[in-house]
Design a protein around this ligand. Structure first.
Ligand code: ATP
Length: 144
């Protein structure tokens, strides 16, 4: 990836949220590099995603070697491991990634991410609940 390439997105974590995000971005034609520390998951996704790396995203040194600082956008899709989520988010912010999005499970988790300077917090369950409410009432067009 070239520095600040317009369409490159770094995705950390290949759980249900991260893998769907990475796959969708790739289908939309974006350059995606996905990182997960779980060997089996990396193996599983290496057939579908073009760039999958097995690495610990909480290590600044590892992420620098991976070229994380070259991305303009990154998404931390680690939810249940709050410590890993916060550390990985901090590393990306320290590496000056311009736009860091992080997934949060609880409001408290999201607040910590905001305090360390994340650009966007995503609450998948809350967002899905909101979306389904709009879908149920046939008001999706208003919602979008
Ligand atoms: P989902 O709900 O999207 O399935 P989740 O909320 O259960 O995910 P986690 O299981 O906490 O989220 O993390 C998602 C992924 O992030 C996992 O595949 C896990 O291996 C990966 N992960 C966790 N810690 C690290 C880390 N330090 N570096 C890289 N990847 C990590």
């Amino acid at each position: 990836a070239s520095r600040h390439s317009e369409d490159g997105v770094l995705v950390i974590g290949l759980g249900r949220f991260g893998s769907t995000l990475a796959e969708t971005l790739q289908e939309l034609g974006h350059h995606v590099v996905a990182v997960d520390s779980n060997h089996d998951l990396v193996q599983r996704w290496s057939g579908k995603l073009t760039h999958v790396v097995e690495a610990d995203a909480t290590s600044e040194e590892v992420m620098r070697q991976l070229g994380a600082h070259e991305f303009r956008q990154a998404v931390v899709a680690i939810g249940t491991g709050i410590e890993a989520s916060v550390l990985a988010t901090g590393v990306l912010l320290d590496l000056s990634v311009a736009e860091v999005w992080s997934k949060a499970i609880t409001r408290e988790h999201g607040r910590i991410l905001e305090r360390i300077g994340v650009n966007h917090v995503v609450y998948p369950e809350r967002d899905a609940g909101e979306r389904v409410a709009h879908l149920l009432t046939g008001r999706l067009i208003d919602f979008l």
